[in-house]
Design a protein around this ligand. Sequence first.
Ligand SMILES: [Zn+2]
Length: 333
Amino acid sequence: MRCNYCEWRCELSGSKYGICKMYHEQDGEIQERFPYQWSTYTVSHIESFPFYHAYPGSKSLAIGTVGCNFDCQYCSNAFIAKGEPDTLLEHLFYLTPEKVVKLALQTGCHNIVFNVNEPTVSIPSLLELSRAARQEGLAMGCLTNGYTTDEATELLASAFSFFNISLKSISSDFYRKYTRAPNVEPILRNIKRLAANSHVEVVTPVVPNVNDHELLEIARFLSSANPDMVWHVFRLLPEYKMKELRYPSIEALIPVLEEARQLLPYTYFHNFVGSDWVNTECTECGTVVIERLSLGCGGDRLISFDCQDNSCPECGHRIPMLGGKIEWNQEVV
Ligand SMILES: [Zn+2]
């Protein structure tokens, strides 16, 4: 019996596990091996994931499980993503969907974001969680590598209303070499599919001499999916099997990103302290409408939000945004 959640479509008959090791065949069905087992639940600023154009300023409950269907050479989370799920069990928390929702409410969170590993490896639990979250009016978002089958993409679209999809390269050669996935096409297809009906932001980690020459081609693709697409270019600080690589040069990338911004005005550049590429300018008159602080390595947060009804206060131009600004709930920790 083949697993239908991601494009690997692993054969799971008998006692076999697939690439992610998170599903097995039981009673003639593909089932999760560790339902409702979470590796993390922490409170975060929504900007830190990053989401820049969804519920700015809001408090999110960040959650994750274990396992991944990719094997990225530069994974910054290999312990959780690539560890043997059985041996990680002692580090996990068993929480029913209702308990997770209760935690989000108790900590004053506006939404729940799945961000530690790949949501595709825990789809049934996440569908249950999304039902419980919806009952309490909590929105759900996730970070994903986008390597789902058409059927699983529909399931993700029913569970989550905002997505951060990692597009690591536009070439299948890159994916084969650095992630083991054979083909970029399903990811491009899913970006287009999800961007048509949901809020999508895309992240591209830049690796010097590996994918830095592709940036404009990626910008052109994203612009064809949605000219208002929010694109986060990350200086990759390599980990795991690529620790020896040098860091990308900020000065070399800026002229390329300036060109990319002509195609995609909401292009951001992260992972260095003091970046002013994390602010949002009105594309009509140039007024800085949203200021953020970049602490590098995912510590971003909102500093000021000067839109009125999600429009520029100077010229009235609309800034694409899911929801408006949400006040950080100070009442609870
Ligand atoms: Zn303006």
